[in-house]
Ligand binder design. Structure first.
Ligand code: C2E
Ligand code: CA
Ligand code: CA
Length: 759
């Protein structure tokens, strides 16, 4: 039963007792008093009726008239009042004495006959009011209530409280007990679940456990372990000897070593071994082994886990191949290359004999193939390059693709460093032979930077940076070469690399770069014909960086194309703004790098810019140099130039006389202008020989119908000679140095005026 119900019952019982006392005590009193009153009255009536009977015998029939005497005899009316009275009646019901008035409130009556010998001659009536009895009963009631109250208080304070206390204590104990029981039950459930889960996890994770008593040979294996190793099916007894026989000699030794190590050292020994399981397959197991000791520290038994890690190892290998191999060519990737170098460095630290070299390669003209033939062709080419490099190395040395068209080879443990150069040359030769991509024959090549170890670097960063610097130099010197790192390379190259990085940022954000203009003046009437757009870079930290420095840097990467597009657009926009603002229409000449032509979409770009800005095409001149034809099929270049011409723009051959200066180009290609390089102008008045040359060049150009522009005219003497040789246009500091577009027109006009005044 619950605590509350017991207490309620007790409380109710106490209440019932009290009610019982309150009702029953007055009731009992009333009943008993009523009976005794009746008895008393009956006794009194009998007694007095007897006395009267005796009087009747003595006085005969006259008794009926002796009311007063009778009254004295029985002293009846002494006590007669509103509450008690005695009356005597004759046989004929005549009141002999007393009263027949009713008493106050209710009454009790006892009658007793009066006899004359045997004959009833009258009756005595004794009557009593209920009121005194009720009054006494009420008093008893009040007492009973008081007693009940007292009893109630007693019970409440005493037993009920005690019972309550005991009960709640019992209850608490019961709750505690229940809780403990609940906990136990839940723990039991959890335990059961856990052990199920553990077994499940063991099955899923292919992990089982084992024990081995020290000194014994047979393992005790859990069912999961037995299943995992297919022992039951094959009936193999799990002894150390049997296990060893299913491993390689080395792994078997590892097993016994691990067991003895666990016994000796209190440490957990862990080994990974290959194991031929009961079904004949080879699985990779990871075994843990720890000793359980008695109170004296002696190993009693060994216990541990066995896990089948074949899947994990497979996944690890796959991950490793993803992380360390280039998916396109199958060669090692940059991460692997770095790891290899770190390994070499640590070998170098241990063994002073370790030597070799890193060959860092960057394919020449790869971007062009990629852009013209598409990425699939580019990928094919990369695979073929990888194959050729591997073939050249005959699998003897480490070879990796670092990303894009960058490859790296590590030649290690060579007797003399000459071998490095032999391999470098072999790679250059093999990559300079044509590749057949689909139906197209492709000619590329490579530049190689070499850093030898330990001479060119004692740590991996130095080796990588130095090979990079050497590569940079190789590309600068002209493609298709290998260059070994030298100490003086660092400074220059580091600056160049930093500039390349900053220039990329500057181009991306369009900040720091500006277009300045230099006028081209008609030699005959001293009028401005147009301007050449020249790039200016105001570096935030280094200040002004000359185009002579940063343009070659940009040209050694694809950056030149981005810069080229930018300046093309800016220049054309400026030229159009001049027209819109009511100025005379000036031609704008923009330098276009060979890479922009090779890239293959220059016509589209020029057409778009002209359309977008609305500049008449004949006001745009593209300046190209002879480097355009180096290593490039003349036909392709000619094609592009012809298409450009069709757009209506003019083409100028820049820096004429400094490059190949092949007559063939001049005759076949659609150039409108010939820009004679500054080296033919500079102090030409001082050398008769140079005057002949200059005259010859101008004559040649004019003979081919080209407009001749003389570059770098600084002196009036030079100008005068150019006039004499019938040159068309002049450009040089004599008229104006390059300046921003908002000042250049006025500056030029001023200096023309000054020149005329002087003349
Ligand atoms: P360039 O195309 O031959 O440009 C003419 C260069 O000669 C300019 O040098 C110009 O400032 C300089 N120059 C002009 N008159 C004189 C003179 O009287 N005396 C001397 N000593 N120099 C004179 P800058 O601006 O330093 O440009 C150098 C080269 O950088 C340019 O040679 C051009 O090949 C290249 N370059 C400049 N801007 C661009 C560009 O936007 N795109 C490309 N691809 N190349 C550019
Ligand atoms: Ca130029
Ligand atoms: Ca030039």
């Amino acid at each position: 039963m619950q605590e509350n119900s017991i207490q309620a019952v007790l409380r109710r019982s106490a209440f019932a007792i009290i009610i019982y006392l309150i009702i029953s005590l007055p009731f009992i009193f009333f009943t008993v008093s009523y009976k005794s009153e009746n008895d008393h009255m009956s006794f009194l009536a009998e007694l007095n009726a007897g006395k009267i009977s005796n009087y009747v015998i003595v006085n005969g029939a006259l008794w009926e008239y002796h009311g007063f005497r009778l009254n004295e005899l029985v002293k009846l009316n002494n006590v007669s009042d509103d509450l008690f009275t005695q009356s005597v009646y004759s046989a004929k019901d005549k009141l002999v004495f007393g009263t027949d008035e009713p008493l106050f409130w209710h009454e009790i009556e006892q009658l007793a006959p009066i006899y004359l010998y045997e004959t009833k001659v009258g009756v005595l009536s004794v009557r009593s009011s209920f009121l005194p009895l009720l009054w006494d009963t009420a008093i008893v009631g009040v007492f009973a209530s008081l007693i009940s109250l007292f009893v109630h208080i007693l019970i409440r304070r005493g037993p009920l409280r005690f019972i309550n206390h005991t009960l709640s204590r019992l209850n608490q104990e019961r709750i505690k007990k229940n809780l403990v029981l609940d906990d136990l039950r839940q723990a039991e459930k959890k335990l059961a679940k856990r052990s199920d889960q553990l077994i499940e996890a063991q099955i899923i994770g292919k992990i089982g456990d084992w024990t081995l008593k020290v000194g014994e040979d047979v393992f005790f294996l859990s069912p999961v372990t037995r299943n995992m190793l297919y022992l039951d099916e094959s009936g193999i007894e799990p002894t150390i000897k049997n296990f060893r026989s299913r491993m390689s000699k080395q792994d078997g030794e590892q097993l016994t070593d691990a067991i003895s190590q666990a016994i000796r050292t209190r440490e957990t020994a862990s080994i990974d071994v290959d194991f031929k399981s009961g079904d004949g397959t080879c699985i990779r197991l990871s075994i843990n082994c720890t000793a359980i000791r008695d109170q004296y520290g002696n190993a009693k038994k060994l216990t541990g886990t066995i896990q089948d890690i074949s899947d994990r190892r497979k996944a690890e290998k796959q991950l490793e191949s993803l992380a360390y191999f280039d998916s396109l060519t199958g060669l090692a990737n940059r991460a692997m290359f770095k790891r290899e170098i770190v390994n070499i460095v640590s070998r170098m630290d241990k063994n002073k004999e370790t030597s070799g070299a890193i060959l860092l390669m960057d394919l020449d003209r790869f971007k062009e193939v990629n852009d013209t033939l598409g990425h699939t062709a580019g990928d094919q080419l990369l695979c073929k390059v990888a194959q050729r490099i591997s073939d050249t190395l005959r699998g003897k040395y480490f070879c990796s693709r670092l990303g894009g068209d960058e490859f790296a080879v590590i030649i290690e443990d060579v007797d003399g460093s000459d071998i490095t150069y032999v391999y470098a040359q072999k790679i250059l030769d093999s990559l300079s032979k044509p590749f057949l991509i689909g139906e197209t024959e492709v000619l590329i090549g490579t530049s190689i930077g070499i850093a030898a170890f330990p001479e060119d670097g004692k740590n991996s960063e130095a080796l990588i940076t130095h090979s990079d610097l050497a590569l940079y130099r190789a590309k600068e010197l002209g493609r298709g070469q290998y260059v070994r790192f030298t100490a003086n390379m660092s400074e220059v190259a580091v600056r160049k690399m930093a500039l390349a990085r900053d220039l990329r940022e500057a181009t991306k954000h369009g900040k720091e770069l500006e277009v300045w203009l230099q006028p081209q003046v008609d030699i005959k009437d001293n009028k401005i014909v147009g301007f050449e757009a020249l790039m200016r870079w105001q570096h935030s930290k280094l200040g002004f960086v000359s185009p002579g420095e940063f343009i070659p840097i940009a040209e050694s990467s694809s950056l030149i194309c981005d810069i080229g597009s930018w300046i093309l657009f800016e220049s054309v926009r400026t030229a159009k703004q001049w027209i819109d603002s009511g100025q005379e229409p000036y031609e704008i000449a923009v330098n276009v790098s060979a890479a922009q032509i090779w890239q293959g979409n220059i016509e589209e770009e020029v057409a778009n810019i002209l359309e977008e800005t609305g500049l008449p095409p004949h006001l745009l001149c593209l300046e190209l140099t002879e480097s355009l034809f180096v290593d490039h099929a003349e036909a392709t270049v000619k094609d592009t130039l012809t298409r450009l011409k069709k757009l209506g723009v003019t083409l100028a051959l820049d820096d004429f006389g400094t490059g190949y200066s092949s007559m063939g180009y001049l005759i076949q290609l659609p150039f409108d202008k010939l820009k004679v390089d500054r080296i033919f102008i500079e102090n030409v008045h001082e050398s008769e020989k140079m005057q002949h040359v200059l005259k010859g060049i101008i004559g040649l150009g004019k003979g081919l119908g080209m407009t001749i522009v003389a570059e770098g005219v600084e002196k009036v003497e030079e100008l005068n000679l150019l006039k004499e040789f019938d040159c068309d246009l002049v450009q040089g500091y004599l008229f104006a140095k390059p300046a921003p577009s908002d000042t250049i027109v006025q500056t030029t006009k001023n200096s023309i005026e000054q020149l005329q005044d002087a003349a």
